[in-house]
Design a protein around this ligand. Structure first.
Ligand code: G
Ligand code: G
Ligand code: NA
Ligand code: MN
Length: 254
């Protein structure tokens, strides 16, 4: 597979791949965190979307190495920003694929990298998707609990698009529920609005922070805020930005 070969090269040479940071803000527009998202700029093929290469990374197993690079880069960046004297309460969220979580070396390696950069787990949020919980629910629950006990914040990403039944949602050690942007997109639709409102209520009843992804307009924010959603991520507040641009955005808005 051509894409797999290209990705392997990019990872090995440690080039072409970079991270952008998208703010998560409260209703006042205050930054409460940011999600780190991979970008791939190929010299010949131009930018390749993560929606295209993450599945390839997963099916080829490259995701484990790629994931380690992402964690290392985020830690390096956090250390940098802490040294500059800001970031503070702002957590950086990292997407964790199921294969990473399933790896017994995941937690020790993660802690070793944090230790290397002198970063506390409370600075980091781990985003897992519902599909990553599908295979071995009990095992995943145990692993997430151990990570939460270390001080990491655990977020369930793309909520509503997977297969989660409400019965096991309750068993998961979660701190944050991220409502998938496909729901937010449909907010103008009456029945979709009622569904989103119910999803937010479920999250709040479970004492979770609820984040709405893909908020692009003021009217979406208003509607979501009326449903008691407290955190927002989307183009209306800020696009995913390279590290330096995110730092500038933060200084301007906070
Ligand atoms: O930023 P964008 O919308 O293009 O991202 C598309 C998808 O790629 C999202 O589902 C996102 O979770 C995933 N993704 C982006 N960066 C990473 C990463 O570092 N690790 C993993 N596992 N997924 C990522
Ligand atoms: O990991 P996850 O699938 O949640 O990644 C979120 C994806 O949504 C990223 O690819 C990011 O670039 C994208 N995104 C972030 N904000 C918006 C938005 O306001 N509108 C749309 N359409 N996509 C967004
Ligand atoms: Na995510
Ligand atoms: Mn999502």
């Amino acid at each position: 597979r051509k894409l797999e070969r290209m990705l392997r090269t990019a990872i090995q040479k440690n080039q072409q791949l970079s991270l952008v940071y998208q703010p998560k803000v409260d209703i006042e527009g205050q930054c409460k965190g940011a999600e780190a998202l991979l970008r791939w700029e190929h010299p010949n093929d131009g930018s390749i979307s993560p929606e295209e290469f993450i599945p390839v990374a997963e099916s080829s197993g490259l995701i484990v190495l790629l994931g380690e690079r992402v964690i290392e880069e985020v830690c390096k960046q956090i250390r940098n920003w802490l040294n500059q004297g800001w970031l503070g309460e702002c957590k950086i969220a990292i997407n964790i694929a199921s294969q990473q979580l399933a790896d017994d070396e995941f937690k020790p390696k993660l802690l070793a990298t944090l230790n290397q950069y002198q970063i506390h787990p409370n600075q980091i949020e781990l985003e897992v998707t519902e599909s990553s919980l599908l295979h071995d629910i009990q095992g995943t629950v145990a692993k997430l609990k151990a990570l939460q006990q270390e001080g990491f914040t655990i977020a369930l990403d793309d909520f509503g698009t997977g297969y989660s039944s409400l019965s096991y949602l309750q068993e998961l050690p979660l701190d944050v529920l991220k409502i998938d942007k496909s729901f937010v997109e449909k907010l103008t639709n009456q029945s979709a609005s009622e569904l989103i409102s119910s999803i937010i209520a479920i999250g709040l009843n479970m004492d979770l922070q609820v984040v709405a992804e893909g908020t692009e307009t003021e009217s979406q924010v208003t509607a979501l805020a009326n449903m008691k959603c407290s955190l927002f991520q989307g183009y209306h507040f800020g696009r995913p930005m390279p590290a330096e641009e995110f730092a500038n955005w933060y200084q301007r808005t906070n």
